[in-house]
Ligand binder design. Structure first.
Ligand SMILES: NC(=O)c1ccc[n+]([C@@H]2O[C@H](COP(=O)([O-])OP(=O)(O)OC[C@H]3O[C@@H](n4cnc5c(N)ncnc54)[C@H](OP(=O)(O)O)[C@@H]3O)[C@@H](O)[C@H]2O)c1
Length: 296
């Protein structure tokens, strides 16, 4: 039987609607709106698309995004740090996101590390990554957290399961491996030096592919009935000369073997934005002490 396809876009829409309900309830009790400031530097067209999506999604759930700023590509490091300091100190701001990549003259580590960890809605600050390593509460990085929500939506109990994460980046692979362990999975981490990837994926009940290699994982590498989450986003030119976006999973062959599969697009991507909004609302609730306005 072909795999059940998880529609990340539909799930994201439902979860965003739940967030909107929570925000409306808080507003109904006289509280301010959650505040998200997205800082976008320079004119990278891909960044423009991402920033617009985040801004629109934020407004749809009732988040105030009016403090977001588009800064000149010539902005100095000190100016940008000053802007972040201002947002850190602003009581109406719950989430700060610096859109990457930054122009080459800016040091991304110094800039990202300046964001108040409790407003780090991207969950990439070393303090938040450290909290994840230590199993402490904190803002979790968006794409890995989105993968975990998808597994949960698929009704998969990870306890005792064998999971493989393909890719060991700080952005995706490492945090998702920690999150899987937190849920009591036994985790294998694969990377570009891994020998015989197929032998490892074939014993896994859960495969998270985050290598950035088009259609790396094929049906022959998959254990029947397993759950396969495709994080990859790869732009390729297909054999007919058309540009297409594909994941790290060969969708057609894997869907014949897996039990659950996420597509690309409409899989993990929409969950990443949803988790950004979730983190902003979580930070808002904590800042205002709004325990009564639970969101999912
Ligand atoms: N859906 C979303 O919202 C979202 C968000 C973030 C990223 N992504 C996508 O996810 C993918 C990974 O992103 P990333 O930022 O983690 O990429 P990255 O920083 O380039 O890391 C890729 C990882 O994959 C490993 N790798 C490369 N080729 C491999 C192979 N043949 N076999 C096994 N492992 C291999 C690398 O190993 P080494 O460490 O040995 O080099 C590395 O650890 C990309 O396609 C990216 O576009 C999607």
């Amino acid at each position: 039987m072909p795999a059940r396809i998880l529609d990340g876009k539909l799930i994201a829409e439902r979860l965003q609607a739940e967030l909107a309900t929570g925000v409306r309830a808080a507003r109904g009790h006289g509280h301010r709106a959650p505040g998200l400031a997205v800082l976008w530097v320079g004119d990278n067209p891909a960044s423009e698309l991402y920033v617009r999506n985040k801004d629109r999604a934020g407004r749809n759930v009732g988040i105030d995004t009016s403090l977001s700023r588009h800064l000149s590509g010539q902005v100095s490091q000190n100016e940008l740090l000053g802007i972040i300091d201002g947002l850190n100190a602003d009581a109406d701001v719950d989430g700060i996101l610096v859109q990457l990549p930054l122009p080459a003259h800016l040091d991304s580590s110094i800039i990202l590390n300046r964001v108040d960890p409790d407003k780090d809605c991207d969950g990439l600050h070393p303090i938040n990554l450290g909290r994840l390593v230590r199993g402490e509460p904190g803002l979790r990085s968006c794409t890995p957290a989105g993968v975990m929500v998808l597994l949960d939506e698929a009704g998969i109990d990870l306890t005792g399961k064998t999971a493989i994460v393909i890719g060991r980046s700080t952005l995706v692979g490492k945090p998702v491996a920690l999150m899987l362990q937190e849920k009591n999975a036994t985790v294998i981490m694969a990377h570009s030096k891994t020998e015989d990837l197929g032998a490892l994926t074939r014993i896994a009940d859960v495969v998270v592919a985050a290598a950035g290699r088009p259609e790396l994982v094929t049906g022959r590498m998959i254990k029947p009935g397993s759950a396969v989450i495709d994080v990859g986003i790869n732009r390729i030119i297909d054999y007919e000369g058309r540009q297409r976006t594909v994941g790290d999973v060969d969708f057609e062959s894997v869907r014949e073997v897996a039990g659950v599969l996420t597509p690309v697009p409409r899989g993990v991507g929409p969950m990443t934005v949803t988790m950004l909004l979730h983190n902003t609302v979580q930070s808002y609730r904590q800042r205002l002490g709004l325990k009564d306005f639970e969101t999912w």
